[in-house]
Design a protein around this ligand. Structure first.
Ligand code: SRM
Ligand code: SF4
Length: 557
């Protein structure tokens, strides 16, 4: 460490950590507490887990002078969202054995376990690795799970794009042996020095996110990624990618110097250039990202501080060549298409709606058990979507009835009629596990949707595919600032209302109301919907209508 006291505390922790070892081994061995040593709570993120406590009972435990009810969230990287049946089954088993009997499908196509206690961390992470998945770099100041549109039907393009996603993921995985020593009991090689040729000993200033979108679907919200690749097809083959840089969602209420940003498309690269390009963008951020202020440390700020021209020059200099001009592309959707579809090889894919992204057995609807039973007989893959749903992928025609029967016998109806609003809606986790939540999201979404569906029905708009997203705080984990309607938590029952994103995720919405509760939100939406029905142009979406009226009800008429 340089001794520079302007650097953030986390920079010091990383520098002292000996390539992410810290005192995690000692923390795990300390049976006097269910927590980790303080520095280790930062380092644990690079290993894929977070210390949390049950916020539903936090106040009560404080009253009783008890320490919070600590447990851990573990995130499993699944590059491109593709897991085998054996891996799905292992995740199911671990969720039942060590976590809270549920599996979270995240907005970045990963799995999460909640409620793992400290003494079970090692067994859980080792078992995840046994299934050939891992948790390293699932969180922390490194490149995270690489996303990729899981459109199985477009197989030639998808296979090539998915290959690039896995190559980028592998290339940007940290080198340190700390993960293998701590979780997999590998011995430290005597005299063997760790090195991180891409990241360096203090890794990145902040998290870094990469996604690949395959138009016409923008399901991965490509403009929210630090680095996005937009697949360009030519004659049914992958010709290359348009490159988008500087997307990001996180902001803080009342701090305008923090903001969401859509990525800029800066040019085109070939598939062969993509991995090196990703490395060079990461290195620019490593060298120029702000290490003095974590609220200002994402690539979007590095680009805005220095200018897009500077960024492009720097990238071209490091690459040793210039990107080609960007190619035309068109996004027309970003939701998942539910139900069965067939690909060019005659294999079938069933996209299942997972309410709020939580795979669980709830009442008569035993989705978790259904998927586990399917995993026992299914030879293909499970694909996690960026919309928190799952695709049972690669099913031969003759096996379809077996899958359908298993779903039906567990109370899961694949062709269940759900509104387009509900199909597309996203919620982050928020309470009770997220330490940063200010308001409910996942647990509140079903009730909220019922209310909004009633409003839509009242205006004869129930078939309107409006995107609605809710998060428990402004960090933006469900990418709310790209929705047509977004509720961003401020306090219990209070939200900031953002309106007017477009339906394909290319335009940010705008804050229209602060600190509003459910009845105020419904009232505002009711007014907008009334005008929308009366004055919309042909094929105009709700978000575009709001945008055309300058986000203000006063502008109407
Ligand atoms: Fe997130 C932090 C959950 C996707 C922006 N996010 C967190 C933490 C770890 C809270 C914390 O730091 O203590 C949340 C854990 C909650 C819990 O109990 O599980 C959390 N984020 C999630 C997940 C699970 C939401 C979900 O319901 O699916 C998503 C996991 C993705 C994954 O598999 O890797 C998740 N988070 C996102 C996204 C969307 C995306 O990546 O496509 C974003 C916005 C995009 C972006 O990064 O700009 C996002 N999460 C944040 C931020 C704000 C970052 C910023 O630049 O300001 C934080 C807070 C932070 O980093 O300080 C955060
Ligand atoms: Fe937690 Fe906020 Fe992310 Fe929701 S948006 S999971 S409340 S950090």
């Amino acid at each position: 460490m340089s001794g520079d006291d302007t650097l953030t505390e986390v920079e010091g922790i990383k520098a002292r950590s000996d390539y992410l070892r810290g005192t995690i081994v000692e923390s795990l061995a300390d049976s006097a507490t269910g927590t980790l040593a303080e520095d280790d709570t930062q380092l644990s993120k690079f290993h894929g887990f977070y210390q949390q406590d049950d916020r539903d009972i936090r106040a009560e435990r404080t009253r009783q002078k008890l320490e919070p009810a600590h447990s851990f969230m573990i995130r499993v990287r699944v590059p491109g969202g593709i897991a085998t049946s054996a891996q799905w089954l292992q995740m199911d088993t671990l969720a039942r054995q060590y976590a809270n009997n549920t599996l979270r499908l995240t907005t970045r196509q990963a799995f999460q376990f909640h409620g793992v206690i400290k003494s079970d961390l090692k067994a859980t992470i080792a078992a995840i690795n046994n299934s050939l998945l891992d948790t390293i770099a699932a969180c922390g100041d490194v490149n995270r799970n690489v996303m990729c549109t899981p459109l199985a039907e477009k197989s030639a393009i998808h296979a090539a794009a998915y290959k690039t996603a896995t190559e980028i993921s592998a290339h940007l995985t940290p080198n340190t042996r700390a993960y293998h020593e701590i979780w997999l009991d590998k011995k430290r090689v005597a005299g063997g020095e760790d090195s991180e040729p891409i990241y360096g000993a203090t890794y990145l200033p902040r998290k870094f996110k990469i996604g690949i979108a395959i138009p016409p679907s923008n399901d991965v919200d490509i403009f929210s990624q630090d680095l996005g690749f937009i697949a360009i097809q030519k004659n049914g083959e992958l010709a290359g990618f348009n490159v988008a840089v500087g997307g990001g969602m996180g902001m803080h209420h009342g701090e305008p110097e923090t903001y969401p940003r859509v990525a800029d498309v800066i040019g085109f690269c070939t598939p062969e250039q993509a991995v090196n390009l990703a490395e060079q963008v990461v290195k620019i951020q490593r060298d120029h990202g702000d290490r003095t202020n974590r609220k200002h440390a994402r690539l979007k700020y590095t680009i805005d501080d220095n200018g897009l021209d500077w960024f492009q020059d720097e990238l071209h200099r490091r690459l040793g060549f210039e990107l080609q001009p960007k190619s035309p592309y068109l996004f027309v959707s970003r939701g998942d298409d539910f139900g069965w579809s067939v690909d060019q090889h005659g294999e079938w894919h069933l996209t299942l709606f997972v309410p709020q992204g939580r795979v669980a057995d709830v009442g008569d609807r035993k989705m978790m058990s259904a998927l586990a039973e399917i995993a026992k007989v299914h030879q293909g893959t499970f694909r996690l979507t960026a919309n928190q749903n799952v695709i049972i992928s690669g099913v031969p025609a003759k096996k379809k009835p077996q899958i359908e029967n298993l779903l039906q016998s567990h109370g899961v109806k694949p062709a269940q009629k759900i509104s387009p609003l509900r199909q597309q809606a996203l919620a982050c986790v928020a309470f009770p596990t997220c330490g940063l939540a200010m308001a409910e999201a996942e647990r509140y979404l079903p009730d909220l949707l019922e209310q909004v569906e009633s409003l839509l029905a009242k205006h004869s708009l129930i078939e309107e595919p409006i995107s609605l997203r809710i998060t428990g705080c402004p960090n933006g984990c469900a990418r709310p600032y790209l929705a047509e309607i977004a509720l961003v938590g401020k306090a219990p029952g209070q939200y900031s209302l953002f309106l007017g994103g477009d339906s394909n995720g290319t335009r940010l919405n705008t804050l229209t109301h602060e600190n509003v509760n459910e009845s105020q939100i419904l009232d505002i939406l009711d007014q907008w919907l009334t005008s929308f029905v009366e004055q919309r142009r042909a094929n105009e979406s709700f978000g575009d209508f709001i945008d055309r009226h300058n986000y203000s009800l006063a502008e109407i008429n």
